[in-house]
Design a protein around this ligand. Structure first.
Ligand SMILES: Cc1cc2nc3c(=O)[nH]c(=O)nc-3n(C[C@H](O)[C@H](O)[C@H](O)COP(=O)(O)OP(=O)(O)OC[C@H]3O[C@@H](n4cnc5c(N)ncnc54)[C@H](O)[C@@H]3O)c2cc1C
Length: 518
């Protein structure tokens, strides 16, 4: 067995497979024969999951690293701009109950924290201004259906931070074409039917039906829920988290726009239901809508009815796809010479679109820290496992945060979610801290959090939580700074409303003219 890592075999051609293969090939110049060879094997029989349409701003960095033009991506994946999420009916279920988790940080966040001042202003003439609207100009942009930039902004540049909504099926095909034409990846369309080990337990090769054995030094398991290498072959245990997050089913549907000029929301809309919530993602050519629910708290028939009520009469012509959700993750993600990325590593309900961002972060870690030798791989694997175990646990906490402050009483789903037995100790500790101050970056031990302190502030205060600053009046000793930031936010709202085109207008222009290249 050669000690040097020369060949990486990625099994699975969904979004996870192509992003990981592409990032490794781009970084290690696989289009040159002397460099790392990347082989991607995918089955023609097992379809990709074909949902997963909400992303994080990290996707811009991923596309740039892959050498992809934003214009091409938007045109070919029918992508649109996403500027955060609007959570409707999560607090008490009433008609005007909503809050935003925008992608722009609170104004002046790097220099100071506006949360204590926003709390204080709730007593005066500014009472009633939501936290996100007081500290960030993005909620107003979203409420008006505006884009985060103009056609003159250029590729990947922004006026307001943004991610994308994308057509998942088109995205993996687009990535495949790019990876094959530009990045020198070898593509094998075949079914993996067996895994062959070396004596030391490392994977030596995967056996396929028509193409024989495919050998490699590092194997990346991107086989989706099947988790053929890490789960089936290595039997790495799956850690369930359905005692914390109760969602276990999704009903997904693709909804056409009423007409070709219908507005395209520039944020994901997540509307709470009796026993779950409905996502609504506006792409350029259609919407992606789905109801995720807990089967312990409602029936499939009731959930289907909720989805039908949400979508309206158009539902009768649409096909609804049921997807079971198994909440949790593997006990570890890198074992011997095999690392799992994507659904093969685990999955949590898509409330904050955390799956693709984990794929991107995993792919980045692997390509940046690709071990040169088998010995070094053990060190990299240990670090990968520590980093990603922490990330999964933090994401579970962050998703649970959305539920535990709800005052809804329409179904046991909500009271069960508030039951302290269902709340991880790590989150209970944080909630104790935040009774007297707002979430801050030093509450987190990683300097590379998937969801930073600002995200926790948006959700906490959006859900109506109040931190009590009476014991720390010194946190309110710089009103000059705070008032400047509040005024700046108001000014930026006015500027943005004048300057920005609608999301649809910009997307139509990109289809027609494209952005100027970087
Ligand atoms: C209801 C739902 C909603 C979601 N929403 C979001 C969202 O809004 N945002 C987000 O970030 N993520 C979301 N996700 C997650 C997202 O869809 C996935 O993380 C993403 O698509 C990556 O999937 P994958 O590539 O890991 O798996 P898949 O797309 O399932 O790909 C698996 C690949 O493995 C191949 N394969 C399987 N078995 C074999 C075999 N024996 N031999 C060879 N090849 C094989 C298949 O052919 C396929 O190419 C959602 C998921 C679900 C279920």
């Amino acid at each position: 067995m050669s000690n040097a890592i020369k060949t990486v075999v990625v099994v699975g051609g969904g979004t996870a497979g192509w992003i990981t293969a592409g990032r490794i090939a781009a970084k290690h110049q696989s289009n040159s024969t002397t460099n790392i060879k990347v082989i991607l094997v995918e089955s023609a029989k097992v379809p990709t999951i074909n949902v997963g349409e909400g992303t994080w701003p990290t996707m811009r960095k991923t596309l740039i690293a892959l050498g992809i033009r934003e214009t091409d991506f938007i045109r070919e994946c029918d992508a649109s701009f996403k500027q955060g999420a609007k959570f409707a009916r999560w607090v008490d279920g009433s008609d005007n109950d909503f809050y935003y988790h925008p992608l722009v940080l609170p104004q002046g966040f790097i220099k100071g924290d506006l949360s204590p001042y926003w709390h204080a202003r709730q007593q005066g003439k500014n009472a009633g201004t939501s936290f996100s609207n007081a500290v960030c100009f993005q909620e107003s942009i979203c409420e008006q259906g505006l884009a985060p930039k103009t056609i003159r902004s250029g590729e990947y540049r922004d006026i307001a931070n943004y991610a994308y909504h994308l057509d998942s099926g088109k995205f993996s095909k687009f990535l495949q074409k790019h990876c094959l034409e530009k990045l020198g990846i070898t593509h094998v369309v075949d079914d993996v039917v067996d895994v062959i080990n070396h004596d030391n337990g490392d994977i030596a090769s995967v056996a396929t039906v028509k193409s024989g054995k495919i050998s490699g030094d590092l194997f990346v398991d991107c086989t989706g829920f099947a988790s053929i290498l890490l789960g089936k072959h290595y039997q790495i245990p799956f850690i369930e988290c359905n005692d914390v997050l109760f969602i276990d089913n999704a009903l997904a549907v693709q909804v056409p726009y009423e007409d070709e000029n219908a507005p395209i929301a520039s944020h994901t809309i997540s509307t709470a239901q009796e026993a779950g919530w409905i996502w609504d993602i506006g792409l350029h050519h259609r919407r992606g809508v789905g109801h995720v629910y807990s089967s312990n708290h409602t029936s499939e028939d009731e959930a289907t009815q909720r989805l039908a009520d949400y979508v309206g009469p158009a539902i009768k012509d649409l096909s609804i796809r049921k997807i079971p959700i198994h909440s949790g993750h593997r006990e570890k993600f890198w074992h011997k010479n095999c690392v799992a990325v994507g659904l093969s590593a685990g999955f949590l309900e898509p409330l904050e679109a955390s799956a693709l961002v984990l794929v991107e972060l995993s792919a980045e870690f692997i390509c940046e820290q690709l071990p040169q030798t088998r010995q070094v791989m053990n060190v990299v694997a240990k670090r990968f496992n520590e980093t990603f175990l922490y990330r999964w646990q933090k994401i579970i906490d962050f998703l649970k945060l959305h539920y535990l402050l709800s005052k809804r009483t329409d179904n046991k789903f909500w009271s069960d979610n508030r039951d302290p037995q269902s709340i991880p100790e790590s989150l209970q500790e944080m909630m104790e801290l935040w009774r007297y101050r707002s979430p801050a970056d030093f509450d987190f031990t990683s300097n590379n959090e998937v969801f930073p302190a600002a995200s926790y502030q948006y959700v906490l205060y959006g859900m109506g939580f109040k931190s009590d600053y009476t014991l720390s009046p010194h946190l309110l000793n710089d009103w000059d700074f705070a008032n400047k930031q509040f005024s700046m936010t108001e000014k930026m709202i006015q500027q943005a409303l004048q300057q920005l085109p609608s999301n649809r207008e910009l997307l139509d222009k990109i289809k027609q003219y494209g952005f100027a290249a970087l």
